[in-house]
Design a binder for this molecule. Structure first.
Ligand SMILES: [Zn+2]
Length: 257
């Protein structure tokens, strides 16, 4: 039987997993999900994890309607906020004459949809229609315009996710301590003020302190050193084998005493 992964409470597009629902006849774990439209839907976990199942079925119906509308006119979706947002992104990535090309296409950011129409449909399916006051943002700022890397965000949410400007440390939120040359200071900006997070002998520790504060303050909008690939994985703590040995020795001593 396939190993069961706990999906309880997780969101997959329009579905939020609310309970276990046994297994199907092939042994796949089934999950009860609540759809954003209010329907309850039971699905195998595999469909959720692969992205194949995104709603109770309501999404497919809406998309079919959107497709229908798109086919009826030359540019059925032209003029919608999603079409405009993606159209701008397309220009920034592909048109060297575009004002912002140097920051996008010019540095390798790609528009990874087969067409603008396809982009609109995929984006609405993945993150919904554009909420008022929000614009299209890439989750990973070094990543491409593609379904898994997009969200709607306000300007200030986007500013927090701004591109890393290399500094002396080469880490986000970390500077060299001017008074004490062999220490690194971690700082984070909050409402225009710099908050001191501590000083560290080790550069990576300072970067980790920044990351922890960024996640605390900005949640999913945080752009961390880890996300930017500037931090090695947490050092794996070796199993304290010697401790086990000592414990055994202690037991042995107690037994022999
Ligand atoms: Zn639904």
């Amino acid at each position: 039987m396939p190993r069961k992964i706990n999906l309880l409470g997780k969101r997959f597009y329009r579905l939020v997993v609310t309970g276990e629902a046994g297994r199907n006849k092939w042994g796949s774990a089934l999950w009860a999900c609540e759809c954003d439209c209010g329907n309850v839907h039971v699905v195998p976990g595999g469909g959720l994890l692969s992205g194949a199942t995104r709603s109770c079925g309501c999404l497919k119906k809406e998309l079919a309607t959107a497709w229908g509308a798109a086919r009826m006119t030359t540019h059925g979706m032209a003029g919608t906020p999603e079409y405009l947002a993606l159209g701008n992104a397309y220009q920034r990535c592909t048109n060297p004459k575009s004002r912002n090309y140097k920051n996008y296409g010019g540095r390798g950011i790609e528009f990874r949809f087969s067409s603008l129409g396809d982009a609109v449909i995929q984006v609405i399916a993945a993150i919904g229609s554009r909420p008022a006051g929000k614009t299209l943002d890439r989750v990973d700022n070094e990543g491409h315009y593609e379904a898994g890397n997009l969200r709607w965000a306000t300007r200030s949410e986007q500013a927090r996710n701004s591109r890393l400007r290399p500094n002396a440390a080469g880490r986000k939120g970390v500077t060299l301590d001017r008074r004490c040359r062999n220490k690194w200071i971690a700082r984070i900006k909050l409402k225009g003020r710099q908050i001191h997070l501590g000083s560290f002998v080790d550069l990576d520790s300072a970067a980790r302190a920044y990351d922890a504060a960024a996640v605390e303050l900005h949640g999913e909008y945080a752009c961390t050193n880890k996300m930017l690939g500037l931090l090695p994985d947490e050092p794996v703590r070796k199993q304290p084998q010697s401790v086990t040995l000592f414990a055994q020795e202690d037991t042995y001593n107690q037994l022999s005493n």
